[in-house]
Design a protein around this ligand. Structure first.
Ligand code: HEM
Length: 262
């Protein structure tokens, strides 16, 4: 009894209890977000494509709108707990968020890559998917009530779909680096100490930025437009291509890390 009480108190201790709590909460809301992302991509989009228009509008109104509520708030909570982790966790006695050495270490380079992808995914949710889906939902409700269909609804749906498939692609390398931070990439170099030279890190983040930008700009239609059939949109045409591309990116990013820092 006394022993378990002691444990209950321990978990509210600053180290390591609080950071463990934040880590657990981060993963709970993270799986809520990414679970719904996979539901949208692997289940809802293919099913809606086969549904008759009236049934689809009803499902958008009653089902997709609810799923999107959990989706966007889980995304916000994931980002919040992620930042909290960086504020609570310490490496070599220094708060990670503000420690220069941490961001240059194996763990730091890994989490910086994961965060770049995670924050991009968060912005895709709040600045693209949700605003565009609001138009799709408003149109479905309006049509159900007997109103005129919004001619812009299809384009709004397309914009949201491209960003959503891009998030599916990014989710694989993002999780690879999230999980790898404390369980793999911390084994490169000395924990909490700079890994490689500043030139090595410059090359790593330079190539990382090119891959990240190329995909994101293409998902936004800034590169290659939004039309189906464009070569830059090949990866977005169905969810299998998005999954395959995400897995390829895991191999590419791991190879990049290994070649430069291995
Ligand atoms: C949105 C921006 C995100 C930020 C700022 C962020 C931040 C972090 C941080 C700081 C860590 C701790 C790294 C470590 O020291 O081990 C972490 C770990 C982790 N994150 Fe995220 N994260 C984000 C998104 C996500 C998402 C979307 C998921 C999806 C499930 C996720 C899942 C995880 C997992 C599973 C771990 C590893 C837990 C462990 O190995 O014990 N994160 N994240």
């Amino acid at each position: 009894m006394l022993h378990s009480l002691h444990l209950a108190v321990n978990i509210f201790d600053r180290q390591p209890g609080l950071s463990f709590l934040a880590r657990w909460a981060h993963v709970v809301v993270g799986i809520t977000w990414i679970g719904l992302l996979y539901y949208f991509n692997f289940v809802q989009v293919p099913s809606f494509a086969q549904m008759e228009a009236g049934a689809r509008n009803n499902a958008i109104d009653k089902l997709a709108s609810r799923a999107l509520w959990w989706f966007r708030w889980a995304a916000a909570a994931t980002l919040g707990f992620g930042i909290l982790l960086l504020l609570i966790q310490k490496t070599n006695g220094k708060t990670e968020l503000t420690s220069g050495d941490y961001w240059k270490s194996g763990s730091g380079i890994s989490i910086a890559t994961g965060i770049l992808l995670g924050v991009t995914m968060f912005l895709n949710v709040w600045l693209v998917i949700w605003p565009q889906q609001k138009k799709v939902i408003a149109n479905a409700r309006n049509v159900q009530a007997g109103g005129q269909a919004d001619p812009g609804a299809a384009d709004a749906g397309r914009r949201a779909l491209l960003a959503s498939r891009q998030n599916t692609i990014f989710s694989f390398p993002m999780l690879f680096f999230m999980v790898g931070t404390a369980h793999f990439f911390n084994s490169y170099g000395v924990d909490g100490k700079p890994l490689g030279s500043s030139g090595d890190r410059g090359i790593y983040f330079g190539i990382t930025a090119i891959i990240w930008l190329a995909y994101e700009l293409s998902a936004l239609g800034i590169i290659g437009g939004r039309a189906a059939g464009n070569i830059t949109n090949w990866v977005y045409e169905n969810h299998w291509r998005a999954i395959g591309t995400g897995l390829v990116l895991v191999v590419v990013w791991y190879a990049l890390f290994e070649i430069i820092f291995g």
